[in-house]
Design a protein around this ligand. Structure first.
Ligand SMILES: Nc1ncnc2c1ncn2[C@@H]1O[C@H](COP(=O)(O)OP(=O)(O)OP(=O)(O)O)[C@@H](O)[C@H]1O
Ligand SMILES: [Mg+2]
Length: 326
């Protein structure tokens, strides 16, 4: 069976002050059905941009796919015209946006919005679509779903609005769901409920989920594989267990060291010194070199993403740590 989503050599460029610069470089991954792949990295590293590129939602004139292939549920979408792309977006892939109001229209009731998607993509009658919208609202555990169909997005709390967005994203039973920081705006209890909900939908429907987060705790409990980005590059990827047990890239190690843990006093947290360089002054070679404690001469050339000798599914874009014995 083909992967739910396959991305090969994806490069996204942004036009900044009239100059096109690569903001996401040569990203490749496969997402299997039923799998959760987490995409992590600090603010501005290119997580949302990767998601928007896969969705075909780059703002025209500002962003473009400069290279690469995107195959969603067996259909190559890179290069499709907008009308065809629109169909794939509703049918095969759904997205929960970092900002809920991006995908919800404030002047339409949520029931209308979910129904509209079902009418357009699944050819349901208005009546069938409304009934299905109610079922979906129940599925995402919105209390009094039948009445809430006629509410507007602003009449929901943050957590409930997030659920409405999930209902909308899964309405047409896509094969792939991209969840961009689906829980960041929520308090911890609601956060856990929303993640549980995603997990159960995934088990029931075999959804492949690309989970974007900067919360490594969420990664440890919800994903099978993880991919770390830094400055638009994937710098490490591997299975979650192997990654947490033996992070390879110096940036991943720094991220983990900066993560609060219950088994370590908070005073030991070490924030990563320095900042991600802006796109205009990204260094040649390894993009992490200016902040890296292990930097050496070879880092002036762009390191390849290299599989570890004893675990070929675990890759690091670092010439120094790729050499280490594990
Ligand atoms: N529309 C845009 N115009 C100009 N620059 C943009 C635009 N969208 C993103 N960028 C830039 O592209 C880079 C990657 O941004 P992106 O939104 O993908 O980051 P992110 O990893 O999702 O961060 P966060 O964790 O804050 O959501 C950043 O340098 C950002 O400033
Ligand atoms: Mg983002």
């Amino acid at each position: 069976m083909s992967a739910a989503l396959s991305v090969e050599g994806l490069t996204t460029s942004l036009r900044i002050d009239g100059v096109w610069r690569d903001a996401v470089r040569d990203v490749s991954f496969e997402l299997a059905r039923g799998e959760t792949l987490a995409l992590v990295g600090e603010s501005g590293c290119g997580k949302s941009l990767t998601a928007m590129t896969v969705m075909g939602l780059l703002p025209a004139g500002v962003g473009r796919l400069s290279a690469g292939r995107i195959v969603i549920d067996g259909v190559e979408t890179s290069g499709l015209a907008e009308a065809q792309l629109e169909k794939v977006r509703g049918d095969a892939i759904g997205m929960i946006f970092q900002e809920p109001m991006t995908s919800l229209n404030p002047v339409l009731t949520v029931g209308f919005q979910i129904a509209e998607s079902l009418i357009q993509h699944r050819g349901l009658s208005r009546r069938q679509a409304r009934e299905r919208a109610r079922e979906l609202m129940e599925l995402v555990r919105i209390p009094a779903a039948a009445q809430r169909l006629d509410s507007y997005p602003h009449q929901f709390s943050g957590g409930m609005r997030q659920r409405v967005m999930i209902a909308l994203a899964i309405a047409c039973e896509p094969k792939v769901l991209i969840a961009d920081e689906p829980t960041t705006a929520l308090d911890v209890t609601v956060q856990a409920q929303v993640l549980d909900l995603l997990g159960s939908l995934q088990r029931d429907k075999g959804l492949g989920v690309l989970l974007i987060t900067h919360n490594l705790g969420v990664v440890a409990t919800n994903a099978q594989r993880v991919m770390v980005m830094y400055g638009g590059d994937v710098v490490e990827s591997g299975e979650v267990g192997a990654f947490f047990a033996n992070p390879r890239h110096p940036y991943s190690r720094a991220l983990l060291a900066a993560m609060p843990r219950v088994d370590r006093p908070t005073a030991d947290l070490s924030p990563i010194p320095g900042q991600v360089p802006t796109l205009a002054d990204m260094p040649e070679g390894c993009r992490f070199q200016s902040r890296c404690p292990l930097r050496e001469e070879a880092c002036a050339r762009r390191p390849p993403l290299t599989p570890l000798r004893d675990d070929p599914r675990h890759l690091t874009r670092c010439v120094v740590t790729a050499r280490e014995a594990s």
